[in-house]
Each structure stands twice: as C-alpha cells, then as structure tokens.
Design a protein around this ligand. Structure first.
Ligand code: ATR
Length: 280
C-alpha cells in the first residue's frame, strides 16, 4: 500500500488550531536534520477526535501533539497511557503503532528541561516550591517538581478546591495555601512558578508580593506571551533569577519528534528566535 511507503506524517490537533507554534518548531527540526516527513496543524472538532485518532495510522500518521481542547479526551481514548500522563490527567503526545493509540505527557519534561537550560545550577530538591494556579498546566508542573525531588510544594489557587483535587491526584508533599495569603508562602522558597493565565497578553497581571522570597530563589512562568511577564519583571526587580516560559513549549516537543522522526532534536537560540518571529 502506498501509505506505508510515504514519509512519516505528524501534526498538532486542536480546536481552534491556528495559534499553535508546534508546526514552526517541528518544521524547523525537519529542515535542520534533513528528515523526510511532514508536520502540520490539523483542526479537529471535539466530536471528530475519536475517528481522527482511530484512522490516523491508516492516513500515514506516526503521531500527533494534542492541544486544547483535546488533551483530556485523547487520554481517555488511548489504548495505552503512560503512568505520568495518567497521573497528570492529560496527554499532549500521541503515537500510533499499528492500530494502537499510545498517550504520553511531555509537559513535565519540558518544564524541567527549560529550567535546566535557563538556570543550570537550579535543583528541585534544594528547597520548597511555590506553585501559583491549579489549572491544566499546573498539573504537569506539580508532577515535575514532586518527581524531581521538591521536598515541599506549596500550592495556591484562587479556587481552593481545585488545588485540593490536584494535590490528591498528583500526590506527594503538597500543602494547599489560600490564594489571598500566597505571598506568605514565598518564605524560604527555592522555586516559584506562575501557572495561572495572569500576565498573558490581554489578561491582568499577576500581582504577588515577592518580598518574603529568599534572594537565591528562582522564579519562572509558563506564560510566554509576553516573554517577560509582569510576574517575571517583579521577580527580576526583587533580584531573583528568572527563566521565561518559552523553553517549556520548545522542550516538550522533543520527545515526540524523536519518537516519530528518529532524530534527537535540539533547542537553541535559533529556534527560540524563530518561534518568537524574530528570524528564520
Ligand atoms: P491552563 O490549562 O492553561 O492551566 P486553566 O485550566 O483555565 O488553564 O487554568 C487557569 C489558571 O489560572 C487557574 O489556576 C485559574 O484559577 P481558578 O482555578 O480559580 O480559575 C487561574 N486564574 C485565571 N484567572 C485568574 C484570576 N483573575 N485570578 C487568579 N487566578 C486566575
């Protein structure tokens, strides 16, 4: 059959999909490494997700990234789910092997690799972590920090019950903090992460007092538009080390590319500039 002879296809599925940066990232790697393959943005309506995933292999797809609103549904439809994806409750990297659908989550990996890249001396086990927000992205961040050895994780979310559910699902030394007193949780913190949508272009800023944070704490944001969010500006003004959120997006793409196209891709400044629309 001609399909089996085609070069491998991959892509990103979402609804809507036009904002996804994944085609830029994978496209740059395909070109850089001279890989015969394709990676495209594919709009898949929620009601079409199951038929898309079931037919993908026959259409020549080796895998897809899943983005909003498919991350949870893709997990539920998969034949095999990695323990980490199950714990996070969402899949962003789907592979097709024969007629089997395999679901993984690489957001936790992307989060940690970004910190290793941006702050090589940073260690999760050097002290308590503070995580602000308990939405979808927070689940991967919390799992990453706990698994990397954070001795204590202080989780604050506007809606407290959501933080409590997250803490139960992920497990580990997590204490839930009330949102209005989150600033107190900065005392002794080694790592401070914004996972809320506050500070994103068009959203109000995250206004949190960082004065109680130790001088050597690291602050990072999962928001990357703008690259330096008001929260990171605040952290910088306080003298803390900061790592922006773009690298999480770039690094989470690596395992999928490697699995689908057989090359270990690199994240570098050229790719960062390309994704920011500053060159290439
Ligand atoms: P994502 O999947 O990107 O994390 P999400 O699930 O909608 O998106 O979560 C958004 C996060 O930002 C949540 O933690 C949300 O808090 P609630 O759970 O209370 O909704 C947080 N957030 C959004 N707007 C906020 C605001 N104005 N003040 C405080 N937190 C806010």
């Amino acid at each position: 059959m001609s399909v089996t002879q085609r070069s491998p296809r991959a892509g990103v599925i979402g609804y809507p999909i036009s904002h996804s940066k994944s085609p830029i990232i994978h496209g740059a790697w395909l070109q850089r490494y001279g890989v015969q393959g394709e990676y495209t943005a594919i709009e898949v309506r929620p009601e079409k997700l199951e038929s898309f995933l079931r037919n993908a292999s026959r259409e020549g797809f080796v895998g897809v990234n899943a983005t909003i609103p498919h991350k949870e549904a893709a997990l539920a439809l998969a034949d095999e789910v990695t323990p980490l994806a199950r714990r996070i409750g969402a899949a962003n990297t789907i592979s097709f092997e024969g007629d089997r659908i395999l679901a993984d989550n690489t957001d936790a990996f992307g989060f940690l690799e970004n910190l290793k890249d941006g702050a090589p001396n940073w260690r999760a086990d050097s002290g308590p972590a503070v995580v602000l927000g308990a939405g979808g992205a927070a689940r991967a961040v919390v799992a990453a920090l706990i698994d990397a050895g954070a001795p204590e994780l202080r989780l604050a979310n506007r809606t407290r019950s959501r933080a409590e559910t997250l803490a139960m699902d992920i497990g580990g030394p997590i204490s839930v903090i009330d949102w209005p007193v989150a600033a107190e949780a900065m005392d002794g913190a080694a790592t401070i992460v914004n996972t809320t949508s506050l500070g994103m272009k068009g959203q109000p800023p995250l206004e949190i007092d960082l004065s109680a944070a130790p001088d050597d704490a690291l602050a990072t944001d999962i928001v990357y538009v703008p690259l330096i969010t008001p929260f990171l500006e605040r952290a910088q003004a306080r003298g803390l080390r900061i790592v922006d959120g773009l690298g999480m997006l770039l690094h989470q793409a690596r395992p999928g590319f490697e699995r689908w196209f057989g090359r270990t891709p690199e994240v570098d400044d050229e790719l960062r500039h390309l994704v920011l629309g500053e060159g290439g």
